[in-house]
Design a protein around this ligand. Structure first.
Ligand code: CA
Length: 573
């Protein structure tokens, strides 16, 4: 058993009570390509994009940078923030929100209403920084953190990351892949992988493959079985990759991870990553969509690679680059690209949507199916400005965006949380790193086919969160600590609830008629889902909660330094 597992409580749990499917280790089914209905007629182009670069500051501010990193992570996942939705009893949550839609709603049931009254089934230690939402898949949980506390012969923590696979029933380690820190991240123009945030991307699981963005700026394809079934290739240098130093005695162990292939964003694309790679991959058929995390330089002064792609597409089988965008988001970038791509089916076609670090929402056509090795340019279908006009321009003059030398509350913001596809519409909010403070924000509902606005609301301030939509209601927290409930169809706000502390590490997660919302003050709120505001419980935790996920009557709640499995109604067993 892993030394990082600090406690396992089995008082209320027996593996025999689980569905047999949960104990199957291999061969989980693929999720449907898309589950959304067709909508509308083909639409036109979006607005003309400005050419200005919003990050004009020059001063370097260490404290600000550090907080920035922390902030980023959380969203992605929630956007560190997305909730893993799991089809109840299907035990597979291979995709964020259960589908390419990225919705933070889950069909899981029988979940706890009050964590103070529920003893966890188990609890495992997860480094010191944990921002990744766990993925539950056929009896296993895939999760990521930083590499603090890992004990393995020949391994030394570098402030890097780790991807782990544990048993869903017990939390017991199956395998782990330590990923050393990218030490060159301290060298200009980089300001990257410096803050012990580790792997912030949520693992995407399909069949026997696990796809994740590593802390070194690499897209990794891992073997679900790790080294337990041998070292599968083509990549075979796991010992050196993990930084195992006790050669020549060193050898791979069954509990080591197994890399099948990897794609390096830095060496292959020349992007300058900033802070963290916090986005989660989108898997659709044989294609793997990835945000490149191209960003500004170490001085927060300019974008070193303004024409580098922000969104790329790989062949999931080989890691070959299939396509990239040419939207030149880097020329308008405020800080970095951190949002995660999503897909939806509209008007008989699949579109891929991406929230840019320039505050625009983009729709692209998938690459053409071809065996040609030439890298395609993604065809842009439309673009929508998620910033109201007066956020960008006022009295004929550009409104400055926050950066390390100039903190503003009313300028434009980027997209950090993940857009959500629901009933033919996209829901996305703008935000900034929490170190830039609170400020004006906007939640937008956009026709996914045409890119035209359906409604928007400036009641939601800057946020890093991803929306959760269930039964026609949308839940989203903002950085001020307000949790909002909107009518997803009309944009009418039903209620707002102050959570008592700022929120940037977690999106709201809705399941089983409950809304789970965490704050930076180590608090988890549980509210009743619905048009009427009703608080069910408020629990003080040992660390800051990240966006939870759920499956089979259990809430899997990541904290900054551990992962809890909290059961709902014991009667379901
Ligand atoms: Ca293997």
């Amino acid at each position: 058993m892993s030394s990082i597992i600090i406690s396992i409580s089995m008082k209320k749990f027996s593996p025999l009570r689980f569905s047999p499917n949960l104990l199957v280790g291999r061969g989980s089914p693929s999720a449907p390509r898309c589950s959304t209905s067709d909508i509308g007629a083909p639409g036109g182009a979006g607005p003309t994009l400005p050419k200005t670069n919003g990050s004009a500051g020059s001063a370097t501010h260490a404290a600000v940078k550090r907080l920035t990193i922390l902030a980023l992570v959380l969203v992605f996942p929630a956007s560190l923030l997305p909730g893993a939705a799991v089809r109840e009893k299907a035990a597979a949550s291979s995709r964020w929100g259960g589908t390419p839609n990225r919705d933070q709603a889950s069909a899981a049931r029988n979940l706890p209403a009050d964590l103070d009254k529920t003893e966890p089934l188990w609890e495992i230690k997860m480094g010191t920084h944990q921002y990744s939402i766990p993925t539950v898949d056929w009896g296993r949980i895939f999760v990521a953190a930083n590499d603090s506390g890992i004990e393995r012969a020949g391994f030394k923590s570098t402030g890097g990351g780790v991807v782990m696979c544990v048993e869903q029933a017990t939390g017991k380690l199956i395998w782990r892949l330590p990923i050393p820190r990218y030490l060159a991240g301290v060298t200009p123009p980089y300001h990257f992988d410096q803050w012990d945030c580790g792997v912030c991307s949520r693992p995407v699981v399909e069949g026997n493959r696990v796809y994740v963005v590593g802390n070194r700026g690499e897209i990794l394809c891992l073997d679900r079985e790790g080294q337990a079934n041998g070292n599968d290739g083509p990549f075979l240098e796991e010992l050196a990759y993990m930084g195992i130093t006790n050669a020549p005695e060193a050898k791979l162990e069954p509990t080591d991870g197994d890399i099948l292939w990897k794609y390096n964003l830095i060496t292959e694309l020349g992007v300058v990553l900033h802070d963290v790679c916090g986005s989660t991959l989108l898997l659709d058929g044989d294609l793997l969509y990835a945000c490149t995390s191209n960003g500004i330089d170490d001085r927060h002064d300019k974008v070193p690679k303004p024409d580098a792609p922000s969104l790329i597409v790989l062949d999931k089988n080989s890691g070959r680059l299939v396509a990239k965008d040419n939207a030149q988001i880097g020329r308008r970038l405020f800080h970095c690209n951190w949002s995660s791509p999503i897909a939806g089916r509209v008007n008989g076609r699949t579109l891929v949507f991406f929230g840019g670090g320039d505050g625009f929402l983009y729709a692209f056509e998938p690459p053409s199916p071809t065996q040609d090795s030439e890298v395609q340019i993604l065809k842009q279908v439309w673009v929508y400005d998620c910033n109201p006009p007066d956020f960008r321009m006022r009295n004929g003059q550009p409104v400055p965006s926050s950066n390390t030398s100039r903190i503003t509350t009313d300028g434009p913001s980027e997209i950090i949380g993940t857009p959500v596809f629901h009933a033919g519409r996209l829901y996305v909010a703008i935000g900034q790193s929490p170190i830039y403070g609170v400020g004006r924000g906007c939640l937008s509902c956009v026709n996914a086919d045409t890119g035209k606005k359906v409604w928007s609301s400036e009641l939601v301030e800057r946020t890093l969160a991803t929306a959760a939509i269930a039964d026609g209601l949308l839940y989203i927290p903002d950085y001020t600590g307000n949790l909002h409930c909107f009518d997803a169809d009309t944009g009418q706000r039903h209620w707002v609830h102050p959570l008592g502390a700022k929120t940037w590490c977690a999106s709201a997660f809705v399941a089983d008629g409950k809304v789970y919302a965490g704050t930076e003050a180590n608090t988890l709120w549980v509210l009743k889902a619905g048009k009427e505001l009703e608080v069910l419980s408020r629990t003080r935790l040992k660390s800051t909660p990240i966006t939870p996920t759920a499956a089979d009557g259990v809430l899997y709640l990541p904290l900054q330094n551990r992962l809890l499995a909290v059961p709902g109604k014991p009667s379901i067993y």
